[in-house]
Design a binder for this molecule. Structure first.
Ligand SMILES: Cc1cc2nc3c(=O)[nH]c(=O)nc-3n(C[C@H](O)[C@H](O)[C@H](O)COP(=O)(O)O)c2cc1C
Length: 142
């Protein structure tokens, strides 16, 4: 199985999620600046959400990816409340006839208030780290 992980991350939280998955899958998690140039069975793509209803960097990345190289896309996202990123990736896959995994990972941070947006409330507890690790592990034998 060949894996690739690409993430968009302003504050570092999605990057941390990507890095935890990368450790499990034995690949390097890279930012969206690095295109996928060889065939992979599973391409993990994720990002945060920043007020807009979609993640622009992910949109641009997907539009510029050679989809013939991708076995399937696995969406992941982090957000405070409600992330459209998973939905956005799924819609792209459907519209472009790319296989999208039935599985996705959406991490919502528990907030203390509006001021926490993007700054606090994101705690990588041992339970969360285990959740991320076990999500990635599912693909190892798939
Ligand atoms: C300017 C800004 C706007 C945000 N807007 C939203 C939003 O509309 N909906 C939401 O659920 N989370 C929102 N968030 C929260 C981020 O999506 C969330 O903290 C995410 O984990 C950030 O990932 P990152 O650290 O990888 O950049 C916002 C964060 C920032 C900084």
């Amino acid at each position: 199985m060949k894996f690739a992980i690409r993430y968009q991350s302003r504050g570092g939280k999605t990057q941390k999620v990507a890095n935890i998955m990368a450790e499990v899958l034995g690949v390097e998690a890279l930012s969206l600046d690095t295109p996928v140039t060889e065939h992979v069975d599973h391409l993990f793509i994720g990002g945060g959400l920043y007020v807009k209803r979609h993640n622009e960097a992910i949109k641009v990345f997907l539009e510029n990816t050679d989809l013939s190289l991708i076995g399937e896309i696995v969406p992941f996202a982090t957000c405070n409340e409600f992330s459209n990123v998973i939905k956005q990736i799924r819609k792209f896959c459907k519209d472009n006839n790319v296989k999208c995994s039935d599985e996705d990972l959406c991490i919502k941070w528990v907030l203390e208030g509006m001021l926490d947006i993007g700054f606090r409330g994101a705690d990588f507890t041992p339970e969360l780290i285990e959740r991320i690790r076990s999500f990635a592990s599912k693909f190892k034998g798939a």
